[in-house]
Design a protein around this ligand. Sequence first.
Ligand SMILES: NC(=O)c1ccc[n+]([C@@H]2O[C@H](COP(=O)([O-])OP(=O)(O)OC[C@H]3O[C@@H](n4cnc5c(N)ncnc54)[C@H](OP(=O)(O)O)[C@@H]3O)[C@@H](O)[C@H]2O)c1
Length: 254
Amino acid sequence: MIILLTGADRGLGFGTAKRLLTLGHTVYAGQYLTGWNELDDLKKEFPKTLFPIPLDISDSDSVSEAAALVSRQTRVLDLIINNAGIAGRNIPRTGEPPEPVADAPVPERPDEGMHQDFDMMMRVYNTNALGAIRVVEAFLPLLKNSPVKRLCFVSSEAGSVERAQRTEMFGYCMSKSALNMYVKILHNRLHPLGYGFRLYHPGWVISYMRGIKSEQGELEIDDAGRLAADFYLSDEVDERTLRLTDYKGEIWPF
Ligand SMILES: NC(=O)c1ccc[n+]([C@@H]2O[C@H](COP(=O)([O-])OP(=O)(O)OC[C@H]3O[C@@H](n4cnc5c(N)ncnc54)[C@H](OP(=O)(O)O)[C@@H]3O)[C@@H](O)[C@H]2O)c1
């Protein structure tokens, strides 16, 4: 299959790219970071099937340019995987990692930690929610030419309103709920036309979401990437109903 994957430089996206390439698929891999060469090293292993492309999903011009670049190389994409995302914490790229999200305490005062960084929240929304929309709109013409026509999205348990337990990370959680709603509306619209959907929570991945490699998590990048790729490739899904599914196959309520 021919696949577009966003945020493939490192973390879950990089693990997903490795798995897809190992299985023999062709990957157009969104490259966002400069000075991070894991994807270029992987290209040496898969010179004929890995095509890194510059892609910043928070920027409409970057997404259009990436779509034009890919269109010059292929007239069809079978899968689009919207993986890129940011947590939106002001975390330096070096230094001690912050406390894990799951341990965030209930504040002693109701206004404690309530003063939001609105610029950061808008960056998170622009990337996690609007970024996926930009990518879908720009690359849909290539997906239309495929018999598979599958749109995949990395969401999160953090987007589930029903199971929300956090006492912080407003911007990130809200951005993933918004992404879920976008995918639901898109499913209503495109499922009748033969498009497939995968909405995924990858688990707690030891990735770079905090700017540095996290020291805690349940899944190493290679394992997380394998599970994610296999879910996107699987045909064992009831396409009629959109489900937020995690790496264990559990369905999460919206
Ligand atoms: N890690 C977890 O436990 C976890 C849990 C649930 C869901 N997720 C989701 O999984 C996805 C992948 O996250 P990850 O954990 O693998 O984090 P990651 O290690 O930070 O990987 C995300 C990749 O996307 C890149 N990126 C950031 N902004 C981008 C933009 N505007 N355009 C294109 N690429 C961009 C990142 O670059 P930078 O490194 O420079 O930011 C990075 O290479 C995200 O959607 C995240 O919300 C992660």
